[in-house]
Design a protein around this ligand. Structure first.
Ligand code: SAM
Length: 276
């Protein structure tokens, strides 16, 4: 691999800085197929999986510092081919998120996962489908939870928020690199449910089965969660072979989507998680 180069940049109008700023918008991320990850620990989660940023933006002098975790990471990243842009603090602050700015941000290539191959699914696998999720914070929390619980991948069905949006990436705490994300149409989700070899589990406020009492036992699991606000569409809920409800105080309308997902996923995977 060709080593990356270090560039000193001071102007906000610099072309490379402009390209990075364009990644704040979904349009820009789509055009360049890149997204931003903030914070050294998240960059190092990517490194654990052998994934390197194309470009890293840091404060001027960071790459020359001796024996800091950041300088050592920058050395390894350069050797792996990442370019380093050294910028003044004021410029870095403009690129970083407002609340909790980090000392480094990385620009990574966007990679989506492939949908599951029905014949290759193993009985112990769990997949998660989100129908029309709209809140990036919820999506990021769900990605992190799915990683923790060993979910194989997340299907983003219909019009979903962008998993590479900054707030979502931040909420994943690095798990964005660990869980394959698969955008697909609602029709493709319905076809997948129809051909799924194990239990397909819808979550619905009006379902009659308490999630604690359901004991899904058949093969790989597909858990389907609905959208904040309207919930799961009738068609998708009806297509699943199990419909589960999380009991609540009767004066509450519903649980937050990410919390409901965590409860269901952990319950479905309770025998698949390491015992301590
Ligand atoms: N108002 C919607 C409805 O009537 O279905 C509920 C929206 S809820 C915030 C979003 C999603 O979270 C639901 O589609 C479901 O997947 C999940 N959810 C929230 N609370 C739940 C509960 N008590 N039981 C089962 N699923 C729940």
């Amino acid at each position: 691999v060709k080593s990356g180069r270090v560039h000193q940049i001071t102007a906000f109008s610099n072309e490379r800085i402009k390209a990075i700023r364009s990644l704040d918008e979904r349009k820009g991320r789509r055009a360049l197929n890149q997204f931003i990850v903030e914070g050294l620990s998240n960059l190092m989660t990517a490194e654990d999986r052998g994934i390197w940023p194309r470009t890293i933006v840091v404060r001027t002098g960071a790459a020359d510092a001796d024996q800091t975790r950041l300088a050592a990471y920058l050395d390894r990243a350069r050797a792996a081919g990442s370019d380093i842009l050294e910028v003044p603090n004021a410029l870095l602050e403009k690129l970083a998120s407002k609340d909790n700015p980090q000392a480094a941000l990385g620009v990574f290539e966007i990679i989506f996962g492939a949908p599951p191959t029905i014949d290759a699914l193993k009985p112990r696998e769990t997949w998660l489908a989100l129908e029309e999720i709209r809140d990036p914070g919820n999506l990021g929390t769900i990605i992190r939870t799915a990683h923790a619980a060993g979910v194989s991948g997340i299907l983003l069905a219909g019009t979903c928020c962008d998993p590479h949006q900054r707030d979502c990436v931040r909420a994943t705490m690095g798990s964005i690199f660990a869980v394959p994300m698969v955008p697909q149409s609602r029709e493709a989700l319905l076809a997948l449910i129809a051909s799924w070899p194990g239990d397909t589990i819808a979550t619905h406020l009006k379902a009659s089965v308490d999630y604690r009492k359901a004991a899904p036992t058949r093969g790989p699991k597909l858990i389907v969660m609905g959208r904040e606000g309207p919930g799961l569409s009738d068609g998708v809920a009806a297509a699943c072979n199990l419909r589960l409800r999380i009991p609540m105080d009767p004066t509450i309308d519903s649980l937050n989507l990410a919390i409901a997902t965590a409860l269901i996923v952990y319950n479905v995977r309770r025998d698949r998680l390491p015992n301590t």
